[in-house]
Design a protein. Structure first.
Length: 340
């Protein structure tokens, strides 16, 4: 099969070994896959994955232990856990020490003609959700995870720092809490998407001098006075910007995963009694409900869509400064799924 492979270099391989589902696994043909910042960071040295990239997808089940799944449109939890260890039995399967992670660690990803995932990881996509929205389920679930970890009250002042793909989705989800929410970003065209969703936005960073006005005043008043700050910049520098906004005994949620390290003033965190929360993968069922009810429409984030044959060009597009979501169309072939 064809696959976009990372192995100290990125290339589309025309004859990559066909995936062979293990016990309890299904074979999936992706309809759409998304390229996210984690995929890009993997090619810059983050973690040590070698193989097929991609973990955001909507696809069709081609072969499954339970025949009822065959032909169904699905999304799926990217963490393939053992469900036997103490961590899994305690309900923390995303931290299973034995897990593989789709397209990220120990398991080939979705940027290929086919891939495998445990049947237990599947979620059926309601007919009313188009592929172009369903492909955002995984990052939208990651946004929902914040509300699993942190209590955000309608009376809270909340700031999301970073107007990339995840930052926009996080802001859209947290805005549903009724909190006094502001999205701070560096790209007017991205902030325009959030503004169209009804969010309050502020242009910050290097272009901050151009944003004088009510929004800038709002941000100045928020410095050192914000209850919850969510850092989604994807860069080490974002931590300092987010930290500056937080009040004593506030909560700082970290969403960025990137290659490299950030400089932390740990003493200041102690003195101000800051609650620091790392936040990663999240629940798929609530994300699908948000899409089905139209409470979040991520389709304005789509910056381009490429065929799998153009996956290298798609990846180059995704690495461009300021790029939003780049999608890759899957194969229409059905060959391996029909094998006995």
């Amino acid at each position: 099969m064809r696959a976009l492979v990372w192995d100290d270099g990125l290339r589309l391989v025309e004859s990559y070994p066909d995936p062979m589902p293990g016990p309890g696994e299904v074979l999936i043909r992706p309809r759409l896959s998304g390229i996210c910042n984690t995929d890009v960071e993997l090619t810059r040295g983050y973690l040590s994955h070698r193989g097929v990239l991609g973990h955001e997808f909507v696809g069709l089940v081609v072969r499954a232990p339970d025949a009822a799944w065959v032909g169904r449109r699905v999304v799926g939890d990217i963490n393939a856990a053992c469900y036997r260890c103490p961590t899994c039995l305690a309900g923390r399967h995303t931290h299973c020490a034995n897990r593989t992670t789709l397209g990220i660690s120990g398991r080939d990803g979705t940027l290929a003609d086919y891939f495998c995932l445990p049947e237990a990881n599947l979620y059926a996509v309601p007919d009313s959700i188009p592929d172009e929205a369903a492909v955002f389920t995984e990052p939208l679930a990651a946004a929902c995870q914040i509300l699993e970890q942190v209590s955000v009250r309608p009376t809270d002042r909340v700031i999301v720092v970073g107007d990339g793909k995840l930052g926009l989705l996080v802001a859209a989800v947290l805005n549903l809490t009724g909190a006094d929410l502001t999205l701070v970003g560096r790209h007017p065209e991205k902030l325009a998407i959030a503004r169209a969703w009804g969010l309050d936005v502020v242009l910050g960073g290097r272009d901050r001098a151009e944003s004088q006005g009510p929004g800038e005043d709002r941000l100045r008043r928020a410095e050192g006075a914000t209850d919850v700050v969510v850092e989604c910049t994807g860069s080490p520098e974002g931590f300092a910007e987010a930290r500056r906004l937080l009040r004593p005994r506030g909560t700082l949620v970290l969403k960025s995963t990137h290659h490299g390290s950030a400089s932390l003033d740990l003493s200041a965190l102690v003195v101000d009694e800051i609650t620091l929360v790392g936040s990663r993968c999240g629940p798929f069922a609530p994300a699908l409900r948000l899409l089905q009810k139209g409470l979040v429409d991520p389709r304005p984030l789509i910056a381009g869509c490429y065929d799998l044959a153009e996956a290298e060009a798609a990846f180059r597009h995704a690495t461009q400064r300021g790029a939003l979501k780049v999608l890759v169309r899957g194969s229409a072939e059905k060959g391996i799924g029909n094998r006995e």
